[in-house]
Design a protein around this ligand. Structure first.
Ligand SMILES: Cc1cc2nc3c(=O)[nH]c(=O)nc-3n(C[C@H](O)[C@H](O)[C@H](O)COP(=O)(O)OP(=O)(O)OC[C@H]3O[C@@H](n4cnc5c(N)ncnc54)[C@H](O)[C@@H]3O)c2cc1C
Ligand code: FES
Length: 356
């Protein structure tokens, strides 16, 4: 990595789509396949880069002439007064390996301001337990939540942290230190696949068992898809209300092949209002609303493109759309017509959406 990571050098922070150059001030080799980067935010965009625990940045790099964007959650907490991301190698992955191989102090990374709804619920009681589940690199937003809750409240925390092997557990020592400093508030259970296989539903049920009352705790889950599925099912089975279960998915939920629009009649017209301009976009079967907006040449907002962050939300004012995945919108928002355009297929002859 040398100079500005994508060769651009611009600090064009302007809302969700704006990018700024953040200088790497420290590189911490966490494990053989994960690295943390402490990033310096220039004074002139410090307010845009204020973040909540659990949020992520969108990093933009240009590799072999291709512009790539990837989301990375903050592993620091706002109370630490610094901004750190942690990147784990994805075997065969372009950006994660490039960052792990080349990150160095002084280099500038282009990033868009923090986004995401995997954040602490505002109205929580001092007695409400925070129950967190992290698998592998899923520890990044979770450790930010844990640090924040320890520093800003008296809430008890239970953390279940799964890894393939002991040496791949990111922040193992930091977490041990936090547990030692807060023995009455923080309980950590480690799971290592190398000891007896992957996480089972009964391991999760056993872990949740002491949570009482189960319906006033908040549950935060982040990790590989199969891990998240096992945990989510077990948590819901234990009686936890769905509104208290928060999910952050790292992997992109692609629109499955063969999935097309649901409309009895094919979709013919997609009207998109963005920045008060109205566009009649051509629709190609199988495309999401976000893809449709892009094909029409619009710079519609987006970030994670997995249905996690809510950046791409728009309101359907005519017709209907079906979401393939929604980890960001609340039920009442969906009832009001909001959809995540990165995950929505049109479901009527005409669909009219407004980005507000
Ligand atoms: C909200 C959010 C927060 C996140 N936070 C973090 C974080 O804190 N830390 C972290 O490490 N990650 C995080 N991620 C994941 C991160 O954004 C990237 O997805 C991850 O680093 C992989 O990117 P990559 O460019 O290395 O891999 P990619 O190049 O995108 O490849 C991903 C996988 O697909 C495979 N692949 C690529 N192309 C093909 C192909 N043509 N055919 C078949 N397979 C292919 C690769 O081998 C690899 O296994 C987060 C994701 C989201 C959505
Ligand atoms: S871009 Fe994040 S939910 Fe659509």
């Amino acid at each position: 990595m040398s100079g500005v990571a994508d060769g651009g050098g611009a600090t064009d922070v302007s809302g969700a789509a704006g990018f700024a150059s953040l200088r790497i001030t420290r590189v911490v080799r966490e494990t053989a396949d994960a690295v943390s980067l402490v990033l310096d935010v220039p004074e002139h965009c410090s307010s845009e880069f204020r973040y909540q625990a659990g949020q992520f940045l969108t990093v933009r790099v240009t590799l072999d002439g291709r512009e790539l964007r990837r989301c990375y959650s903050m592993s620091s907490a706002p109370v630490q007064d610094e901004l750190q991301i942690t990147v784990k190698r994805d075997p065969g992955g372009a950006v994660s390996n490039w960052i792990n191989d080349t990150a160095a102090e002084g280099v500038e990374l282009h990033a868009a301001p923090p986004e995401g709804r995997f954040v602490l619920r505002e109205a929580s009681d001092a007695a409400d337990v925070l129950v967190a589940f992290a698998g592998g690199s899923g520890i990044t937003p979770i450790i930010s939540l844990v640090r924040t809750v320890l520093a800003t409240s008296s809430r008890p925390i239970r953390l279940f942290y799964a890894n393939r092997a002991r040496e791949s557990a990111i922040f193992a020592r930091v977490l041990d230190g936090l547990a030692d400093a807060h023995p009455d508030r923080l309980v950590i259970v480690h799971h290592f696949d190398e000891d007896g296989g992957v996480v089972t539903p009964s391991a999760i049920e056993h872990f949740i068992d002491p949570v009482d009352p189960v319906d006033s705790a908040d549950y935060y889950i982040c990790g590989p898809a199969p891990f998240m599925e096992t945990v989510e099912k077990a948590v819901l089975k234990s009686g936890a209300p769905g509104t208290r279960v928060h999910l952050e998915r790292f992997s992109v939920a692609q629109v499955p092949l063969g999935v097309t629009e649901d409309s009895a009649e094919p979709t013919e017209e997609v009207v998109i209002e963005l920045d008060r301009n109205r566009t009649n976009a051509a629709y190609r079967a199988g495309n999401t609303l976000l893809q449709t907006a892009r094909m029409a040449g619009l710079r519609a907002p987006s970030s994670c493109e997995t249905g996690s962050c809510g950046t791409c939300m728009a309101r359907v004012v005519e017709g209907s759309a079906r979401m393939l995945n929604n980890d960001a919108l609340e039920d009442d928002e969906v009832e009001e017509g909001w959809v995540l355009t990165c995950q929505s297929l049109p479901a009527s002859r005409k669909v009219h959406i407004i980005y507000e």
